[in-house]
Design a binder for this molecule. Sequence first.
Ligand SMILES: C[S@@+](CC[C@H](N)C(=O)[O-])C[C@H]1O[C@@H](n2cnc3c(N)ncnc32)[C@H](O)[C@@H]1O
Length: 214
Amino acid sequence: MRQPLLALLAKEPAHGYELKLALEQTFGQAYPSPNIGQVYVTLKRLEQDGLVRSQDVEQTTRPNKRVYELTPAGREALSTWVDEPSDGPRIRDEFFVKLILAPMAGLADRIELRVGGALDTIRALPEEEQFDAAFIDADKLGYPKYWTELVPRVRPGGVIMVDNTFSHGRVLDAGNDNPSVIAVRTMNDLAAADDRVELVMVPIGDGLTVALRH
Ligand SMILES: C[S@@+](CC[C@H](N)C(=O)[O-])C[C@H]1O[C@@H](n2cnc3c(N)ncnc32)[C@H](O)[C@@H]1O
């Protein structure tokens, strides 16, 4: 009952009866309908735990109603719960509850696709540490600039992966002056000298550089 109530409140503030109705509409016959006492007891506990807060809203013709809303700590707790893996037969039910509740709480479909030139797309992102992982695998000529633009946008502890950093071995052939090979070599040198990262070149496929951002 705690998590469904948090998820419903992530959508919008509500009072107890609205929440009871929303729970019934969301889960239909799949779960027993909650009684209003259970809803209020759970809301009270959530409030004691600092996950929701409430205020009385005056009504002209009826008694005041108490409206509940999610606190930042409640949003954090909900997000942590959605992200935790759940497995095993008893908790399987909970998995489906998450599937239903996550989109409602704005915690699903978090992928945002940006189609366009890689460099312009990266440069349009704020130049602040924000990503946990980046993967460079587009045109090789752009590699040095992708590296330069991406490193400041990855959080400390985040990972930057770069594919094809061996260029089929041609990066080691000093006589090879193909512009794509020169660009990958340049990026490899930039990365090796970059003290914002710790890196390893993994000898699989055509060479995969994995860099950990300090
Ligand atoms: C080797 S594939 C990458 C595949 C992808 N990383 C994957 O694992 O599915 C290279 C892709 O980069 C795209 N590409 C090449 N240059 C680009 C650029 N300047 N901006 C955006 N995309 C580019 C190509 O169209 C191609 O789809």
